[in-house]
Write a protein that binds this ligand. Sequence first.
Ligand code: AMP
Length: 396
Amino acid sequence: MKTTHRTVLVINSGSSSLKYQLVDPDSSASIASGLVERIGEPISALEHRYGEETVTREEPIADHTQALRMVLSICEEVGPNFADYNVVAAGHRVVQGGEHFDGPALIDDATRNLIEELSPLAPLHNPAHLKGIDVARELLPDVPHVAVFDTAFFQSLPAEACTYALDQEVAKKYAVRRYGAHGTSHQYVSSLVSETLGRVDLKQIVLHLGNGASASAVVDGQAVDTSMGLTPLEGLVMGTRCGDIDPAAVFHLYRVGGMSIDEIDTLFNKASGLKGLTGDNDMRVVRSLADNGNEDARLALDVVLHRLVKYVGSYTAVMGGIDVLTFTAGIGENDSDLRRELCERLQYLGVKLDLEKNAVRSKQPRVISTPDSKVLVMVVPTNEELAIARQALSLL
Ligand code: AMP
């Protein structure tokens, strides 16, 4: 397949991984995609997909430079040939843009250094993104590089929604406030809802339910609240993160449990949520355990649902009503049981789910509520790579 359009190489660099996709932002086509994993470990793995072909390699890949070199050489070998695809930009996913970025930014040395300065707010993410950014700028010097921030969509939050009730001298000194995350997805999904319905004047709640999970409240296209906070730990129950918890649990585990701050960090981020409650972070496993009578798994689902009911209720109150409730990401798009169970608990809002439409699996944005439901319920598949590609293009 050869495109006559422009394409964008989207790069999501993790501390030991490099995920990429060549996207045509105009047609929404994904031309090629791949993932290099376990960079720096004795055996690294690369998987590259182009058209019908999937190429896998297992060999040591020392660092991100070698990883991207390998990706570029595989593209030369099996395609796509970048020269044929008019690659006009590289779009880089960056988790934390702090207060500096309320939209995509061209990466020059100043932008790069700001992303580095923000690392204390996202120690697991920003330094890892910089590895990918530095290597890509070096190996692909002829295209502009654009950073697309997970936090940017939530820079519009009103002060009352993003301010923690802390001593403001301390809060300001250490930049402690709510930044949100998953913003690229919430923005993409809420604007696709508006586009699908032909209306911007909507009160929307978007539930991004994947391994990471977050909720947002969006009024007339602007985010007014979101569940993730200083970091992606706050809010909903997630695959391995606990979401909302009394901060005094940290003091208790430190003073009484004798745990170190790093141990508590790992506990809350990596060993809690579905994993902490059931031993497994995959919703499909948790669902099947619950279906087979496992009480821990049923409790986990109820904790997930209870938290969702609280967020939908509080965001409805914040917005003074709700027009559309949208589900997205791995669980939101695929788990019809969870959607049904949540909508049953939202009947007080006039939510009525069409059970047949809810059971349909599709990659298309769709309405799953009945015509007489007071709230439109939708499933809208997210596509963060496409959103990043489009945002990158918007700067050129
Ligand atoms: P994501 O982070 O958006 O890729 O979502 C990943 C999560 O989606 C996985 O942890 C699964 O628990 C969940 N998931 C994927 N497919 C299904 C499904 N058919 N039913 C329930 N959960 C699913």
